[in-house]
Design a protein around this ligand. Structure first.
Ligand SMILES: Cc1cc2nc3c(=O)[nH]c(=O)nc-3n(C[C@H](O)[C@H](O)[C@H](O)COP(=O)(O)OP(=O)(O)OC[C@H]3O[C@@H](n4cnc5c(N)ncnc54)[C@H](O)[C@@H]3O)c2cc1C
Length: 262
């Protein structure tokens, strides 16, 4: 069974800063970590690997050469291999251009039985990349996954919904985006770290992936960011006391109408 896990390197959460002049995220700095939900995705892949025979887990990341560190960590945690997708041509990619590169890597690796992603990344936080990869690979996608149970050539998957969870049965191959509740990520072992130190992580660019430069990076990104800013939180609270007369409800409706909410 071929399991592929997408791992994004993100700034440590207390390290996310915005440039007030350009309105862009400051991505420099050494405090980069594996996106927390991607650690859950990897842990799930490793748990499935322990349950089925001949499973191979490959961690894949698109990012600068420094993202190799995230892949080494994934190998130290138990992944069999890592692939880094890195090229100047990828700079400025929006989610669709990112998904194009990530899905091309799965194709180059001969396809997957299971693709795992985090539900969202802590920096961009769109939650779009996983479903886009699934669409590009023609795979069914299950989002917000909190449990994957193996059942022969199928899996029984539980996904969070607003008021509880849904249980879905799905044949392989499919793509799942996972949430925090799915598991507790483990720590690397010394043996894992030694293996990671020796592992060769190939770096693939557009040529290796067979991708046209016009569909990559800024040129291949339909999204245009007009402005990015940190919102200022301001609350104006008014308390309407219920006294059984219905006055509070009337007042509330009046306020909502004034503000054109209803
Ligand atoms: C116009 C534009 C230009 C941009 N330019 C840049 C840029 O120059 N450099 C830059 O770093 N970002 C850039 N970004 C941000 C970049 O598009 C997003 O970081 C990326 O598309 C992933 O989106 P997200 O963070 O919302 O991930 P989400 O969709 O929230 O992530 C969900 C999951 O997808 C997987 N995933 C997402 N991205 C990756 C990845 N790179 N590698 C492996 N797995 C991944 C992970 O499993 C992750 O948990 C740009 C965005 C826009 C709109």
């Amino acid at each position: 069974m071929k399991i592929m896990v997408f791992i994004k390197q993100v700034p440590g959460t207390d390290n996310v800063k915005m440039n007030p002049e350009t309105g862009t995220m400051v991505r420099t700095g050494s405090n980069n970590v594996i996106n927390p939900l991607d650690e859950n995705a990897l842990e799930e892949a490793l748990s499935i690997k322990r349950q089925v025979q001949d499973a191979v887990v490959t961690a894949i990341s698109m990012g600068p050469l420094s993202a190799r560190k995230a892949l080494n960590e994934a190998i130290a945690l138990g992944a069999d291999a890592g692939v880094l997708l890195s090229s100047r041509a990828f700079a400025g990619s929006d989610t669709i251009a990112t998904a194009r590169v990530l899905s091309a890597a799965v194709r180059k690796l001969g396809g997957a039985d299971l693709v795992l992603c985090g539900e969202r990344a802590t920096d961009g936080e769109t939650g779009q990349t996983g479903p886009m990869i699934a669409e590009m690979l023609g795979l069914p996608v299950i989002t917000f996954v909190k449990r994957i149970q193996m059942n022969g050539d199928r899996a029984v998957v539980e996904r969070m919904v607003e008021n509880g969870f849904e249980r879905v049965e799905v044949p392989f191959p499919f793509l799942a985006t996972v949430i925090k509740d799915i598991n507790e990520p483990s720590f690397p072992t010394l043996a894992g770290k030694l293996r990671a130190g020796k592992a060769e992580v190939p770096v693939w660019g557009p040529v290796e992936l067979g991708l046209d430069n016009g569909k990559l990076g800024l040129a291949g990104s339909p999204t245009r960011v007009v402005k990015v800013f940190s919102p200022k939180l301001a609350r104006n609270t008014r308390l309407l006391k219920q006294d059984g007369s219905g006055q509070a409800v009337r007042e509330l409706l009046k306020v909502l109408r004034e503000k054109e909410v209803i």
